[in-house]
Design a binder for this molecule. Structure first.
Ligand SMILES: N[C@@H](CCC(=O)N[C@@H](CS)C(=O)NCC(=O)O)C(=O)O
Length: 224
């Protein structure tokens, strides 16, 4: 039986969603984030990096959500429903699979860190300077980067309903975590295509079953 090592409010939501779309049975091993938001040490017993998701299947232990989604598509998408066949769409698919963690998530992680510098666990005496520094970096650089990425995705989704074409693919599943994070903490107000994309994700029965099984998926916001 497939086994998903699932951390609450995390990227492993993608894997639960993918398995629900593929209608594959699976077991969930649950981990709860600590106060620091880190995963518990016990995850390191499954994979040395101690990050979620990790998938176990037939003696294989697979980390990295993109690698897991590609594995699931190759192994369980028997009718090729979740990967485009046509060449140009397949290149888009590959692009978004890499872009999600390679380009977009690092900016969103920076947003989370720089907007938290004025708060615990930063020691009290450093919070004023931390807030000023974090705010300064966001204003001078980070917010502009995020706005460029948001405009790019808006333009792409104006041309088609899903990231790699007219139907849902693993590229959308991989993009779900950064898009939800961008909408929660990016501080950008008018993103109608990304909002519409999120709404069509949330309307999918497979997404809803994944949330029911995995627990609520509400990523924290941040100060603008
Ligand atoms: N690029 C990896 C990132 C994995 C990752 O950082 N996962 C987060 C959850 S969203 C995690 O395990 N955080 C807990 C920690 O760092 O201790 C992937 O896509 O799987």
């Amino acid at each position: 039986m497939l086994k998903v090592h699932h951390l609450n409010q995390s990227r492993s939501q993608r894997v639960l969603w993918a398995l629900e779309e593929l209608e594959q049975p699976y077991d969930i091993v649950r981990y709860q984030r600590e106060k620091t938001m880190m995963a518990p040490e016990s995850l390191k017993k499954v994979h040395p990096l101690g990050k979620s998701p990790v998938l176990e299947d037939n003696g294989l232990v697979i980390a990295e959500s993109g690698a897991i989604l590609e594995y699931l598509q190759e192994t369980y998408d028997l009718h090729g429903q979740f990967k485009p066949q046509e060449k140009a769409a397949r290149q888009q698919y590959r692009f978004w699979l890499h872009y999600a963690e390679g380009s977009l998530m690092p900016l969103l992680l920076m947003k989370l860190v720089f907007s938290s510098l004025g708060k615990p666990p930063v020691p009290f005496g450093f919070r004023t300077i931390g807030k000023a520094l974090g705010g300064g970096i966001q204003k001078a650089w980070l917010n502009k980067q995020l706005a460029t990425h948001a405009r790019f995705m808006e333009a792409e989704l104006a041309a088609r309903p899903w990231f790699a074409g007219n139907t849902l693919t693993m590229a959308d599943i991989q993009m779900s975590f950064p898009v939800f994070a961008l909408l929660a903490r990016g501080g950008i107000d008018h993103l109608p295509h990304l909002q519409a994309w999120k709404a069509q994700v949330e309307a999918r029965p497979a997404w809803q079953r994944a949330v029911e099984k995995g627990g609520p998926f509400e990523l924290p916001g941040s100060e603008k």
